[in-house]
Design a protein. Structure first.
Lengths: 115, 167
C-alpha cells in the first residue's frame, strides 16, 4: 500500500483522539482517547519501519537495504507500549484517589479544586 | 483488488468506525468495548505488515491488561450514563472543528510532500517483525533502554501503590 494511506489512517485516528480529549468531560474517557492517540502513532511507526521505495524493473539504484533495516521503528513501538502501560497505572491511581476525595470524575468539577 | 487491499480497507474502516463510536457512546463501558475493537483492528494492521510480535503484544498489553484496568476502575466507580453532564453544543462543535482542522493540516502536508512519492509499505513480507530479529536487536543494540524500562515499571508500581494508599 502506498505509505500515504497509512499516514492518512494514523492522522485520522490521532485527530479522533484529539476531538475526544477536547469534547468529553469524563476523565476516564479522556484517558482512553489518549491511549487511542498513542496507538495511532504506534501504527505509523510500524508502517514506516516497512517503508521502501517501489522497485521498478531493472532499477540500477544501489540501495542500502539490509534485511533488518527499519527494525528500530518496531523496537520503539515496544518502548512506547512500556511507557503507556506505566502511565495508565499511575494515571488511574490518581483518578481513583480524586474520586475518593470528591466523588466525581468530571474534569470541569476537578478543575475548580484549585480555588 | 487483491486480498491484502481488501483487508487493508476493511481493517481501516473498522478502526475508524470503532474510534468514532468511542467518542459517541454515552456509557463508559461501551466506550471501553469500542476501544478494544479499535485495538483489534490495529493489531490486524500489524499482522498485515508482518509485525507479528507487535501485534500479539498489542493485544496482550493494551486490550488485555490496560483495558481491563479501565473496566475495573469504571466498575469501581459505578459510572452511569446519567452522571456525565453534557457540554454545551458550541463547545462540542468547536472541538470537532479544531480536530478537523488539524486533520486537514496533516493530510495536506502528506499530499504535497515530495519525499513520499513512490514509497510503499511492504505488506506480507519482511523479516523485521519476527520475534527472533526483534529480540536480537532489543537485547544487543537496545539493552540499556530495556533495563531502564524495568526501573520505570518499578517506579510506576511504587507510585501507584503510594498514591492509592489510604492513610
Amino acid at each position: 500500500m502506498p505509505i500515504q494511506y497509512y499516514i492518512a489512517l494514523s492522522a485520522t485516528l490521532f485527530c479522533i483522539g484529539i476531538v475526544g480529549v477536547l469534547t468529553r468531560r469524563n476523565a476516564i474517557i479522556i484517558f482512553m482517547c489518549i491511549e487511542l492517540m498513542l496507538n495511532a502513532v504506534n501504527l505509523l511507526f510500524v508502517a514506516f519501519s516497512k517503508m521502501q521505495p517501489i522497485t521498478t524493473a531493472g532499477a540500477g539504484v544501489a540501495t542500502n537495504n539490509t534485511a533488518l533495516a527499519g527494525i528500530d521503528g518496531q523496537v520503539f513501538v515496544f518502548f512506547i507500549m512500556v511507557v503507556a502501560a506505566a502511565e495508565v497505572s499511575v494515571g488511574l491511581a490518581i483518578i481513583v484517589m480524586m474520586y475518593r476525595n470528591t466523588h466525581s470524575v468530571d474534569v470541569n468539577f476537578l478543575n475548580r479544586l484549585k480555588n | 483488488m487483491s486480498i491484502t487491499e481488501i483487508l487493508f480497507w476493511f481493517l481501516s474502516v473498522l478502526a475508524l468506525v470503532s474510534a468514532i463510536m468511542v467518542l459517541i457512546s454515552k456509557n463508559p463501558v461501551h466506550s471501553v468495548l469500542w476501544l478494544i475493537a479499535t485495538f483489534f483492528a490495529i493489531s490486524g494492521h500489524y499482522i498485515l505488515l508482518n509485525a507479528q510480535f507487535i501485534a500479539i503484544v498489542n493485544l496482550i498489553v493494551y486490550a488485555g491488561a490496560i483495558m481491563v484496568l479501565f473496566l475495573f476502575v469504571i466498575m469501581l466507580m459505578n459510572l452511569d450514563a446519567a452522571i456525565e453532564p453534557k457540554r454545551s453544543l458550541w463547545m462540542k462543535f468547536a472541538g470537532v472543528i479544531s480536530g478537523g482542522l488539524l486533520l486537514a493540516v496533516l493530510l495536506s502536508v502528506v499530499r504535497t510532500s515530495v519525499d513520499l512519492n513512490n514509497k510503499t509499505a511492504k505488506l506480507n513480507t519482511g523479516e523485521i517483525g519476527l520475534i527472533k530479529n526483534l529480540g536480537n536487536t532489543l537485547f544487543t543494540k537496545y539493552a540499556v533502554p530495556f533495563e531502564i524500562s524495568s526501573v520505570l515499571f518499578l517506579s510506576a508500581m511504587v507510585g501507584a501503590v503510594v498514591i492509592g494508599k489510604r492513610n
